[in-house]
Design a protein around this ligand. Structure first.
Ligand SMILES: CC(=O)SCCNC(=O)CCNC(=O)[C@H](O)C(C)(C)COP(=O)(O)OP(=O)(O)OC[C@H]1O[C@@H](n2cnc3c(N)ncnc32)[C@H](O)[C@@H]1OP(=O)(O)O
Ligand SMILES: CC(C)C(=O)C(=O)O
Ligand SMILES: [Mg+2]
Length: 522
């Protein structure tokens, strides 16, 4: 029988422990609002005793996001009265508040961190739970560093805090030391004893990714009786991060026959949540990251693209729509094969060529792809038009399409503190068009100058630049998102000159808009 797995999101507490990822109260509220849309069961909103700012953020989240029955709001406390008071005084505004207490259980923590005996630490933990219970009925106890603790002491702690009133027992693999088989066995043993002791207490896990096994350990725990999992969006968190929410949830969703479980998560909100967290925290998502990485649903090699065109399940185990994307992406590169290229032409309504003509076009395609890395739809128009010009003397219907695209001829950008300015020269059909602009910075000036030339009402909503190689000749890779008439256009370009890369990316986006909205009717 399928059972529910409770999803506890700690992006705003463990996730926020990432250096530089600190959010202000407004950003925390926005993320919490989005987590509610994602339908997580519990939100750990912060560590209220750490600063007045965090106390206020937790309080606002409790008031504004915790005001309905469908979400539990919690925050973390040490086994210290003032920390517990801070949690209580901030989460108490929620409809369903929970106090979360953490205290070490391994010999290393007990002896080295606290310099106390095991019995002393046990008493501190029990007293903390008893005190928290005088404030709220729901109390979670985290046995920090449980995976490195002596098992009988760990169990003695669990038994004592459950008797003191803890309603959730959380087993953390605090330093990501556990291995899936071993962690599964640990959870199995605890689950067995816990169900005999008090079957209303929820068994939870919290895994870290130091050896890259946070997701695997969390899933092993689910198989062995864990009822609640602690995760973060994009797997962010202390050091190598936590179990990634999207990976755990999509594994349970995709392989439910193995886990015999389900979660309440609205998977269609996964990408929105990932992008918001990455944007606010300034933490890029690794391109090949499972589920939320830029390439997770992008296919670029010919054999895969051919398989996908014939039947999507050849290389696709999750429909991208399930996680909130529009569709899979077939990226045309020099590794693409004939099936993918032909399909791309067909999608643009260009399939009037014979097989032998296509072979010639495909040679041109490979030449362009080798030079340009990624080939866009507007490149296909230009390519086909050039082909017909070459072989048939420019008398085909489609020959007027490329007259609508823009090409960069030259640019000059002056960056100074007072008036950063740019001038550009673009080509459209046989015309050379020039534009100038000032801006708040060099890229703003450059993009304003191009926009003046193209006269399109579009909005730049994201601009990312990164270096993709080392040294003086390093390539700058620019990725942008543009909004035009409510649609989002993503475009990329790379060049050793970052201003040129920025301009090429912008012009790629503009030409994609032209393909969709401004080409003459076929
Ligand atoms: C595994 C985890 O992720 S745990 C959560 C980690 N998160 C954080 O640390 C949140 C941010 N932290 C902070 O703002 C601060 O460290 C505070 C407010 C918690 C404490 O600040 P300070 O009082 O200045 O103490 P400091 O951080 O230097 O040292 C920690 C103290 O707490 C004690 N402590 C650590 N964990 C616990 C615990 N779970 N229960 C009780 N005491 C604890 C330590 O032994 C040390 O005590 P000592 O001063 O008697 O040696
Ligand atoms: C507070 C606890 C659950 C924690 O973050 C850890 O042990 O990693
Ligand atoms: Mg942690």
């Amino acid at each position: 029988m399928s059972r529910k797995i409770w999803v506890f999101d700690t992006t705003l507490r463990d996730g926020e422990q990432v250096p530089g990822a600190k959010l202000n109260v407004y950003e925390k509220l926005e993320v919490a609002k989005q987590l509610k849309k994602l339908k997580v069961d519990m939100i750990e909103a912060g560590f209220p005793s750490s600063s007045t700012g965090d106390f206020n953020a937790v309080k606002e989240i409790a008031k504004r996001i915790g005001n309905t029955d469908d979400v539990i709001i919690t925050a973390l406390a040490r086994a210290v009265k003032s920390d517990i008071d801070a949690v209580y005084n901030s989460v108490k505004y929620a409809k369903n508040p929970l106090i979360h207490i953490v205290l070490g259980t391994s010999d290393i923590h007990v002896e080295k961190k606290f310099g106390k005996s095991k019995n002393q630490i046990l008493d501190i933990g029990v007293d903390a739970v008893k005190y928290a219970k005088t404030l709220l009925p729901e109390v979670q106890y985290s046995t920090e560093d449980a995976s490195r603790a002596d098992f009988e002491y760990l169990w003695k702690t669990i038994e004592a805090v459950v008797k003191a009133g803890a309603t959730i027992i959380n087993i953390p693999d605090t330093v990501g030391f556990a291995e899936p088989q071993e962690f599964g066995e640990l959870i199995h043993k605890i689950n067995d004893r816990l169900k005999n002791l008090n079957d209303r207490v929820l068994l939870s896990v919290h895994c870290h990714n130091d050896l890259g096994m946070a997701t695997a350990n969390t899933l092993a725990a689910i198989k062995n009786g864990a009822e609640k999992v602690e995760c973060t969006i994009n797997g962010i968190g202390e050091r190598a991060g936590n179990a990634s929410l999207e990976e755990v949830v999509m594994a349970v969703h995709t392989r439910s026959e193995i886990y015999q479980a389900f979660t309440n998560i609205n998977t269609k909100e996964i990408m929105n949540t990932s992008r918001m967290v990455s944007g606010f925290m300034g933490l890029d998502v690794q391109v090949n990251k499972a589920i939320t990485g830029e390439n997770a649903f992008a296919h670029s090699s010919g054999i895969h693209q051919d398989g996908l065109i014939k039947s999507r399940n050849t290389y696709e185990i999750i429909d991208p729509v399930t996680v909130g994307l529009d569709d899979m992406e077939l990226i045309l590169t020099a590794r693409s094969g004939r099936h993918a290229v032909k399909t791309a032409f067909e999608k643009l309504g260009m399939n009037q060529f014979s097989d032998s003509e296509f072979e010639e076009i495909f040679v041109d395609f490979l030449e362009l792809a080798d030079a340009k890395k990624e080939v866009y739809n507007h490149d296909l128009y230009v390519m086909i038009e050039n082909f017909y010009k070459k072989v048939k003397g420019n008398n085909q219907d489609i020959s007027h399409y490329s007259n609508n695209f823009y090409e960069l001829i030259d640019l000059q950008v002056i960056s100074n503190t007072k008036f950063p300015s740019a001038s550009v020269e673009l080509k459209k059909a046989d015309q050379i068009i020039k534009g100038t602009a000032i801006g708040s910075g060099p890229i703003d000036a450059l993009y304003s100058a191009i926009m003046n030339v193209c006269d399109l009402d579009m909005k730049l909503i994201q601009y990312d630049i990164r270096s993709v190689s080392r040294g003086k000749e390093a390539l700058g890779k620019v990725k942008i998102q543009i909004e035009f008439k409510g649609e989002i256009y993503i475009a990329k370009a790379s060049d050793t000159d970052i201003l040129k890369a920025s301009a090429y990316a912008y012009i790629n986006a503009i030409n994609s808009i032209v393909v969709d909205h401004l080409l003459p009717v076929k």
